[in-house]
Design a protein around this ligand. Structure first.
Ligand code: NAD
Ligand code: UD1
Length: 344
């Protein structure tokens, strides 16, 4: 079944994953309303999305916790479903500022659900993370793997929202909730005009690599080469952000026929080590990435990759783009936009 044309609210739609998903939604013919407080993004991302799509989403600058804004939004637009990306995501910052994380991510999601219920909107796709599984001994990780104890407040905020949503679905059969557990999103749109634009020094591996390659940072620090993995460095399931965006359309589609609380892993099913990532980036970009080995980073797990079978069976979705494409697209974005959206 294909998705009928809908009017969708995308919270956090100016951000990295949100902007790629807004583009995919516009390209599929949907009407899109973005609500974003621009705390970690630039309106330039949506201007570029509009250029790529040939039409613009409605943009409302505001906070998901502000019920004056959300009530007015639901009154004005006839929203069919909500894709909820808005939230804070920096792990280290969440350790230093847990209250800000629980407020934005947990209280923000609660306020959004209250506004949805008041407006009679009951379809929601939520951006969760593989971090909710905590430390898992057996790979790959499927949705039947029990959730664990995430190692930081960011991860715990995601797990709390998942549980809140499960309780909500249990309480009222009108709710249709899709929880998407992302593995490691990387890459950028093939045009090179939208991509990841982290504030300050990147925490995540691929933006760090691309900033070394473009000359903004001197060298990569590889956190640990003594893990029980083939080359000793950490292994993750990196997924192209355009594949991830497509997964959201398939989840919306599935919610037409499935009610209650549903969960799907969005990953490729393939793990790569830090050094494999470095070498794949060098091969795709022709740029050298100098690195040094350092101690393990606190809170890191040795390995984490998905079993993507449930999403394939139930959503008819699988990741199509491999490592060379992830690397080429990440580099195209970074080299064309060395200052991110700040260069506009
Ligand atoms: P991002 O920071 O680029 O995008 C999040 C957007 O939400 C930003 O535009 C920000 O301004 C907005 N925002 C934050 N708090 C808000 C609030 N209270 N009200 C309105 N807008 C608000 O992050 P992203 O990488 O695009 O991540 C999107 C979602 O996916 C987040 O919920 C994140 O936790 C989750 N996620 C991301 C990753 C990843 O590696 N990027 C992995 C797993 C899960
Ligand atoms: C991290 C977060 C996770 C979040 C995810 C996506 C932690 C503990 N986990 O996951 O909650 O959902 O980002 O935003 O922070 N690495 C280096 N050098 C670097 C950066 C990373 O060697 O400069 C290594 C890491 O040790 C890891 C791999 O690269 O082995 C991937 O790291 P990263 O991109 O930060 O993602 P995760 O740690 O998987």
């Amino acid at each position: 079944m294909t998705l009928k044309k809908q009017t969708l609210l995308v919270t956090g739609g100016a951000g990295y994953i949100g902007s790629h998903t807004v583009l995919a939604l516009l390209e599929a013919g949907h009407e899109v309303v973005v609500l974003d407080n621009l705390s970690n993004s630039s309106p330039q991302s949506l201007a570029r999305v509009a250029r790529l799509a040939g039409r613009a989403p409605v943009f409302i600058e505001g906070d998901i916790r502000d019920d004056t804004v959300t009530r007015a939004l639901f009154a004005r637009y006839s929203i069919d479903a909500v894709l909820h990306f808005a939230g804070l995501k920096a792990v280290g910052e969440s350790v230093r500022e847990p209250l800000r994380y629980y407020d934005n991510n947990v209280a923000g999601s609660l306020a959004l659900c209250q506004a949805m219920a008041a407006a009679g909107v009951f379809s929601l796709v939520f951006s969760s993370s593989a971090t909710v599984y905590g430390e898992v001994a057996q790979m790959p990780i499927s949705e039947t793997t029990p959730t664990g104890r995430p190692s930081n407040p960011y991860g715990r905020s995601k797990l709390m929202v998942e549980e809140l949503l499960a309780d909500l679905a249990q309480s009222d059969p009108r709710w249709r909730i899709g929880v998407l557990r992302y593995f490691n999103p990387v890459g950028a749109h093939a045009s090179g005009s939208i991509g990841e634009d982290p504030n300050g020094i990147p925490n995540n591996l691929l933006p760090y690599i691309t900033q070394v390659a473009v000359g903004k940072l001197a060298q990569l620090t590889v956190f640990g080469d003594d893990y029980p993995t083939p080359d000793g460095t950490g292994v993750r399931d990196y997924i192209h952000v355009v594949d991830l965006a497509a997964g959201h359309l398939q989840a919306l589609n599935a919610l037409q026929t499935r009610s209650g609380w549903q969960v799907w892993n969005l990953g490729t099913g393939q793990g790569y080590s830090v050094l494999e990532m470095v070498h794949a980036f060098e091969a795709a970009s022709g740029q050298a990435v100098p690195y040094r080995i350092a101690a393990r980073r606190a809170g890191d797990v040795a390995q984490c990759w998905s079993d993507p079978a449930k999403a394939e069976q139930e959503l008819g979705w699988c990741a199509r783009r491999g490592l060379p494409e992830m690397m080429a697209d990440a580099w195209r974005w970074q080299s064309a936009n060395p200052q991110g959206y700040g260069g506009d």
